[in-house]
Design a protein. Structure first.
Length: 288
């Protein structure tokens, strides 16, 4: 499922923008060093993980090469599957082709792969932390503008599960919706009218009073926002048999296991896509 997320015009536009802002059609440094006229200058290069990393983004690399019209003689291969663990100082991707093609695309390629592999690495750590429970880790919409599909792809590649990817995907009633609505009854009626158009219906609550009201709308899922682990466990014991429950807010690697052990069905973590550190990757040339 993860790979199909990237097969969209949004991703092609994002790559095109990245190539444009990098000015790949007018690489002054490569021109100044005479590489433009030396099409026979063939190099072997590799992308190396300098620290332990989860690999994510190889399909994006293939798209970059295609959209940048890299020379067709450029050969590229991956030594690791998407979502695989790379030890420190491990080669991940191998190139062989014209030096000028790799030099003009180096930063664009690394910017995507470093971000995506960083998200995958953070996600993998969260998924590993809840292993042995039935809890599933979810991505969120807290992504870099324009990078929604690549950010979500990276999280899914590392073992996260799908959540709402866009506003037209599902109904998720949050605190501000409740404040702005004329009445809770009108909100319930509106949900029922659009239920068939949504992949799922979820309501966010901040306390047990709101939780009890939310159950009246018969949602598929209720999000427990900033509940303590103890209160999440209480909610699971009281209502877990009648509705799926998702814990969210102030959950990180230090406490995600504690929340998962409450028996909650899902945990969503914005950190995975909005604050995961980029992976430490380099492109290194080995000229034959």
């Amino acid at each position: 499922m993860a790979k199909t997320i990237l097969d969209h015009a949004e991703v092609d536009r994002l790559i095109a923008l990245a190539l444009e802002e990098d000015g790949v059609e007018n690489d002054l440094t490569s021109l100044a060093t005479g590489l433009e006229s030396r099409s026979d200058k063939i190099v072997r290069a590799s992308i190396v993980a300098k620290k332990s990393t989860i690999a994510a983004g190889y399909p994006i690399l293939e798209k970059i090469l295609k959209l940048a019209r890299a020379d067709q003689s450029l050969r590229v291969s991956s030594l690791a599957a998407e979502g695989a663990s790379l030890a420190a100082n491990t080669q991940w991707i191998i190139f062989e082709g014209r030096a000028i093609d790799l030099l003009r695309l180096e930063r664009t390629i690394l910017n995507f792969l470093m971000r995506m592999s960083g998200i995958a690495t953070a996600t993998n750590a969260a998924v590993a932390a809840v292993q042995g429970t039935h809890c599933k880790i979810l991505h969120t919409r807290k992504t870099a503008p324009g990078h929604r599909r690549t950010d979500v792809y990276a999280a899914l590649a590392a073992g996260a599960h799908p959540h709402r990817r866009s506003l037209d995907d599902a109904i998720l009633v949050k605190e501000n919706h409740l404040r702005a609505a004329n009445s809770f009854q009108e909100l319930i009626e509106g949900i029922q009218k659009l239920r068939d158009k949504a992949s799922f219906v979820e309501i966010e609550v901040t306390d047990f009073t709101e939780l009890k009201h939310a159950l009246m709308a018969k949602p598929d899922r209720i999000m427990l926002d900033n509940f303590s682990a103890r209160d999440v466990e209480r909610a699971v014991n009281l209502f877990g048999s009648s509705v799926q429950l998702e814990a969210s807010g102030s959950i990180n690697l230090s406490n995600v296991r504690q929340y998962a052990e409450t028996g909650v069905d899902f945990i969503s973590m914005g950190y995975l896509t909005h604050s995961a550190p980029s992976a430490d990757l380099s492109m290194l040339f080995d000229i034959p």
